[in-house]
Design a protein around this ligand. Structure first.
Ligand code: ZN
Length: 167
């Protein structure tokens, strides 16, 4: 396990701090349940800033290539994760409630012991596709079985419909 990494969020912003590092995927157990293979690592970068309205916020970037499972053929997709997000830091319960009403911002409580690994893991899981699939040409299902082609010949429109409405 990596050492636990915590920051005092408002102090982090006040001093314009930034933090970058890498985390082995093995250490992120919640994320691991979404992955076919947990070898490798992700890299993150977090910086403390003020937004245009002088509100403290964290800017977060996470990058990795993750082995997700294609929902059609169940084989690996090398999903390129490229998260860039900002989180406003609410200093009071009222402020948090106010931010939560604003659909254009995401906010968390301005903890003085924010767990960076948990934060990076949360943001990563939130940005995973709900139903990952290969592009049609890259999917193994048409190459390895004939059923897909057969169904397509019989019911071209139902296939099309299911593609247009991914679950
Ligand atoms: Zn596939």
């Amino acid at each position: 396990m990596s050492d636990q990494l915590v920051i005092d969020t408002l102090d982090f912003v006040r001093n314009g701090k930034a933090l970058r590092g890498s985390i082995p995927l093995h250490d992120l157990q919640r994320l691991g349940s979404y992955l076919l293979d947990s070898t490798g690592e992700l890299t993150y970068e977090i910086s403390g800033q003020l937004d245009d309205l002088n509100r403290p916020m964290l800017e977060i970037a996470v990058n990795a290539t993750l082995d997700l499972s294609c929902q059609r053929c169940l084989k690996t997709i090398g999903y390129v994760l490229d998260v860039k997000t900002t989180l406003l830091l609410a200093r009071t319960e009222d402020e948090l409630a106010l931010y939560d009403e604003d659909i254009f911002v995401d906010a968390i409580y301005a903890s003085n012991e924010l767990d960076i690994l948990a934060l990076v893991e949360d943001e990563t899981i939130l940005s995973l596709p709900v139903s990952p699939r290969h592009e049609d040409t890259g999917c193994h299902i048409s190459a390895e079985t004939e059923t897909h082609e057969d169904i397509e010949k019989k019911h071209p429109f139902s296939i099309l419909a299911s593609l247009k409405h991914p679950h």
